[in-house]
Ligand binder design. Sequence first.
Ligand code: BES
Ligand code: MN
Ligand code: MN
Length: 462
Amino acid sequence: MEKTQHFIDHNKDRFLNELFELLRIPSVSADPNFQKDVTSCAEHLVKHLQEIGLDNVELIATAGHPIVYAQKILNEALPTVLVYGHYDVQPADPLELWHTPAFEPVVKQTDIHPQGAIFARGACDDKGQFFMHVKAIEAMLQSGELPCNVKLMIEGEEEVGSPNLALFVSKNKEKLKADIILVSDTGMLANDTPSITTGLRGLSYVEVELTGPNRDLHSGLYGGCVANPINVLTKMIASLHDDNMRITIPGFYDKVVELSDEDRAEMAKAPFSEKAYCEALQIDTTYGEATYSTMERGSIRPTLDVNGIWGGYTGEGAKTVIASKAFAKISMRLVPDQDPEEITQLFLNHFERIAPKGVRVKVQPHHGGQPVVTPTNSPAYAAASKAYAHTFGKNPIPVRSGGSIPIIAMFEQELGLKTILMGFGLDSDAIHSPNEHFGLFNFYKGIATIPYFFKYFSEQQQ
Ligand code: BES
Ligand code: MN
Ligand code: MN
């Protein structure tokens, strides 16, 4: 991989400028106002993948946003790596909290990224990360060092739950045939502590609507005489956790796989500072389920959180009113072997059961996803580990993450393929938040590390 690394070193500035071009396209999948931008981002990618010499570059229309596909098949007898990523991004709002505009990428220094970080929506999640693969593949191709076949599938709907990718995957099993899936859409512990993500949580997401009286009421004339949907909703939500911060929905924990003491002890070895964690978030203390550490609460334990709540009067001044309706959006992060559909049903039954007379409950399920755990004793994991050891000079630590990428479990179900999650972002990179960024160190380290995965993986497959 010497020529490849040489090529990377000599094209660093161009790689960064090309990423900037991608980041300037506001490919927000959730907001219909950006539909044209999402499509033009896909088209821009198609052109770029053709330019770097990939074959069969396609823009594949779906019922939603397009999928971009490309491949380089050197020889059918060689192993094949399927790279997955997403070019769509989260909405940038609240815009006023960005120090520089979300779709005008700039490099700025931070305490954690003294060599500079790229600030833009999608810099880390996931444009900056999937683009590392595009550049690593280009470098291997141009240097004549690509050791195996490669397929690239970049979707435009990950941030809205990949509603159309699942169908595409199940209908294109032959096209997507590979030996391993490689994804950079997660994080690592720190720039001097490389890690490989070995698990993702699942997700069940519901929206609840409570209706009391048929219209908004004067809170003097009716207050105290009718069920106030906002009072009731907040009480119902509060009851979803007990004093130990355990979730009270009957059956919620039934299928949760508990870790052995050995596994927990192994997990506790990963460097983690409770103090630094609190300082970074300006909180006095962490908060969560009794008897579990912060690391465990954020990865191997299921959770329930209100993501949004609204109703009644929120404008200027005081309006004396009892609202007819109250709403909330609630996410539940799931762990093996919880099933998102089953958990949604348990939530629904419970929420309807605890609603007092005087209100009506409506629960609308949104997208969900299965949890994933990836093996650490596989040849592919060993290849990834060796690649990190080569470029970081340290063995990576296996870490289960709290985030979700619902399509990963689908890949295993539909294609029978395992995934290696080689993420290079940091938790502090503010993904989904204002001022999202991605370290230059991380971007270039990713580009340098990926070719070694290709090399070691190909060598062991032959
Ligand atoms: N890349 C993230 C998931 C992620 C980030 C996993 C960091 C591990 C570490 C992905 O784009 C994402 O945001 N997923 C959503 C779920 C999706 C259905 C909207 C999430 O986790 O909230
Ligand atoms: Mn992502
Ligand atoms: Mn995301």
